[in-house]
Design a protein around this ligand. Structure first.
Ligand code: ATP
Ligand code: MG
Length: 329
């Protein structure tokens, strides 16, 4: 494993058991997360973004089953550990201390009867930190997200705007000094103004602390703005992965190409054309189509696309695509 890689995911497969069968939400995912970079994971609603993160962190609901895979974490100290085979107790330490998680919709996760100071105290105590001085110092983390501790610490969640609550949650995550932060749809519930502030804050965190980040979103412009590398998720599978430039300037997968062409602000900037929506619907993960899961919506579908799932091919160094257009068969 290259020392630049912080998390290496191989062959990761997770399914939900439901009355009608199994939902293949994370289907043989391979992905490398590079240290000090922002990796964007982008996909439509229901493509499995949250499922992938909950699998990595092992915080899945009871009907979920991890079928295979390794998630090797290489800590700053150089230790390599497989998150899938750790004890629950060790995993609990890793969550928070090594991997900070800002879940989808987390601004609603603040406790309405506790002020922000109590949130910091609880967060640190949950991770075994009771030392007053360390707790006092953790309040400074509010400054990273543009909030003044003296004015915010005594406030209750209902006294803060949605954008401020989201920023408080990020500073609580930062309070444990994690090596990597995972943010699931951090901008979705925010108005355009608060989104802009948040994107600047994340950019600052990257600059100042060189914190590794995984940024999950359905919103391609958010990824375009921040990500160093991008993975495109479609129906539980990664269909393309590469540097920011690979994905936005030389997209290879028909789905990535159509996704980029469907976003007005991006089409204006990159392709100078009129945005075109992607025809059709994402497939059901209960009965996904055979072969490539994008085949029912793809303009280039051939016989093999319906018959066989394409392999992931490294077309250029670091630029991967899972499509028969680029494979030899
Ligand atoms: P969104 O952008 O809406 O947050 P997502 O990309 O995060 O979507 P997931 O929430 O991971 O997608 O869902 C992936 C698939 O798994 C969907 O088909 C969803 O209906 C299904 N799913 C999610 N949670 C469960 C569950 N607890 N039981 C059964 N199916 C589930
Ligand atoms: Mg989600």
């Amino acid at each position: 494993m290259s020392s630049d890689v912080m998390i290496s995911i191989r062959n990761l497969k997770m399914e939900y058991l439901v009355r009608e069968g199994t939902i293949k939400a994370v289907d043989n995912i391979d992905l490398d997360i590079y240290r000090h970079e922002i990796t964007g994971i982008v996909g439509e609603s229901g493509s499995g973004k949250t499922s992938l993160i909950e699998t990595i962190l092992r915080i899945l609901p009871r009907n979920a089953r991890i079928r295979s895979g390794k998630v090797i974490l290489r800590t700053n100290r150089g230790d390599e550990i497989d998150l899938m085979s750790l004890s629950e107790e060790t995993m609990r330490r890793i969550r928070g201390r090594v991997i900070g998680y800002v879940p989808q919709g987390s601004q609603t996760s603040l406790n309405p009867v506790q002020n922000i100071r109590q949130h910091f105290i609880e967060t640190l105590k949950d991770h075994g930190i009771h030392d007053e001085k360390t707790i006092e110092e953790s309040y400074e983390k509010l400054k990273i997200v543009g909030l003044e501790p003296s004015s915010v610490l005594s406030k209750f969640p209902h006294e803060l705007s949605g954008g401020m609550k989201q920023r408080v949650v990020i500073s609580l995550t930062m309070a444990l000094n994690p090596e990597i932060i995972v943010l699931d749809e951090p901008t979705s519930a925010l108005d355009i103004f608060s989104q802009r502030i948040l994107l600047n804050i994340l950019d600052n965190i990257r600059e100042k602390f060189r914190t590794t980040m995984i940024l999950i979103t359905h919103d391609l412009p958010v990824v375009a703005e921040l990500a160093d590398r991008v993975a495109v998720l479609y129906a539980g599978k990664i269909v393309e992965y590469g540097s920011f430039r690979d994905i936005f300037e030389k997209p290879l997968h028909p789905y990535t190409q159509m996704l980029i062409r469907s976003i007005p602000s991006i089409t204006n900037f990159y392709t100078k054309s009129i945005p075109k929506p992607i025809p059709g619907e994402p497939p059901s993960l209960l009965n996904p189509p055979p072969g490539c899961r994008f085949n029912p919506r793809c303009p280039f579908t051939r016989e093999i696309c319906v018959r066989e799932d394409p392999p992931m091919i490294e077309v250029e160094k670091g630029h991967y695509v899972k499509c028969w257009l680029y494979a030899r068969k």
